[in-house]
Design a protein around this ligand. Structure first.
Ligand code: IMP
Ligand code: MG
Length: 185
């Protein structure tokens, strides 16, 4: 059988970039978060869990970590209306919120999440994503632009470093383009 995975970003590349992002975020929030009012990191389950764990531990500003889950995908198809499964009621009033996302694709999930936490009274809500499929935004979601992005990638389906395909391949250390059996000749 031909290779089913093509490595796009190695684990070492991902971790190096995560350290850079953490340094940038720490600089940006240095003067606006304190131990009393820490940066609230909201990690999207389950895809962003390794990204968030690595990034959160590199930050040098006071931060708290919590988890949200928004259902958007079944296999390779994006569900049109994202729905919160976890974290909708997290109190964010007056807080600086940073969403830690694995990948922004059509933009629907992050649009819904950012709107929700603004409506819940957050002072600011920004997106930090490991990967950004910048050319995959759905019509009407072009304005979903993460403030922090690890890597821009083409519109290809990727797995590994937390990203799955129907719950498989999450634990691969690298981010790989996944070629399913049906795509192979
Ligand atoms: P969006 O709402 O279309 O931007 O979808 C975002 C969510 O879809 C991400 O958080 C992922 O869970 C999932 N997703 C999008 N593209 C991929 C991919 O290439 N591999 C795995 N999951 C993906
Ligand atoms: Mg996700």
């Amino acid at each position: 059988m031909a290779d089913r995975f093509t490595v796009l970003r190695t684990n070492a590349e991902l971790r190096a970039r995560i350290a850079e992002l953490a340094a940038e975020i720490s600089r940006d929030y240095e003067n606006c978060v304190t131990e009393e009012h820490p940066l609230l990191l909201l990690c999207t389950l389950r895809g962003a869990v390794f990204f968030a764990a690595d990034l959160a531990r590199c930050l040098t500003v006071p931060a708290e970590l919590n988890f949200i889950k928004v259902h958007t995908y079944v296999g390779k198809e994006s569900k049109l209306k994202p729905e919160f499964e976890l974290g909708k009621d997290i109190p964010v009033k007056g807080q600086r919120v940073l969403i830690l996302e694995d990948i922004v694709d059509t933009g629907r999930t992050m649009d819904c999440v950012v709107r929700h936490y603004y409506e819940s009274g957050a002072d600011s809500v920004e997106i930090c994503t490991m990967l950004d499929k910048t050319h995959a935004r759905a019509k009407g979601y072009e304005k979903v632009v993460p403030k922090y992005a690890g890597f821009e990638i083409e519109n290809e389906f990727v797995v590994g470093f937390g990203l799955d395909c129907d719950e498989k391949f999450r634990l691969l250390p690298d981010v790989c383009v996944y070629h399913s059996d049906s795509e192979q000749s």
